[in-house]
Ligand binder design. Structure first.
Ligand SMILES: C[S@@+](CC[C@H](N)C(=O)[O-])C[C@H]1O[C@@H](n2cnc3c(N)ncnc32)[C@H](O)[C@@H]1O
Length: 170
């Protein structure tokens, strides 16, 4: 939804790397993070297979933990796990979650934005959090909603939320 020409992009929960690799075609650089070592391996493989390894820095860890002090991004992407449930292994953590991962993400995301930077979060109507809860959590953490689009799929509706830093916040 957001154009990322020349941007520094953070792809959180990169999985296969699909979002980060698409962004990397236009972005200046992409940092891709996942808590699952297999996802990290897969994203590295896909970056190399697409000749994008020089632009895509893939790191293992939870949420913002693998970032270095002072790093900042024009765009942060996150498609968090959303199906309600308690994961029993890293693979299930790819889709099962209580909603806490998205909330933790929203509490910290603003710290890692450059001035004028944007956060794009995708969430499903099947998830534990309502659209309203997501927007309220973002607004409690220095962010404001600037765009929202809903896409109906077979069993669910996906909402893409785009947030920006509120004026006067750094
Ligand atoms: C729904 S998948 C999205 C994958 C990919 N971004 C996409 O759009 O196809 C969620 C991803 O988030 C990762 N994940 C779950 N909890 C995480 C956390 N605390 N920190 C980083 N990644 C996490 C999972 O391992 C999984 O790869």
């Amino acid at each position: 939804m957001v154009s990322c020409e020349g941007f520094d992009v953070l792809d959180l929960g990169c999985g296969t790397g699909i979002l980060g690799l698409l962004a990397a075609r236009k972005a200046r650089r992409v940092v891709a993070v996942d808590v699952n070592p297999k996802a990290v391996e897969c994203t590295r493989f896909n970056a190399e297979a697409n000749g994008l390894e020089a632009k895509v820095d893939v790191r293992l860890g939870s949420l913002f933990q693998p970032l270095k002090p002072g790093e900042a991004f024009n765009l942060i992407l996150f498609n968090p796990p959303y199906l309600p449930g308690k994961p029993r292994n890293p693979s299930e953590a790819g889709w099962l979650d209580s909603g806490e991962t998205a909330l933790k993400f929203l509490r910290e995301a603003s710290r890692w934005l450059k001035p004028g930077g944007l956060v794009q979060l995708v969430y499903s109507s099947l998830g534990a959090l309502s659209v309203r809860q997501i927007v309220e959590a973002a607004e409690a953490s220095k962010l404001k909603l600037v765009e929202q689009k809903a896409f109906r799929s077979l069993f669910e509706t996906f909402t893409i939320h785009v947030f920006a830093l509120r004026e006067g916040e750094t």
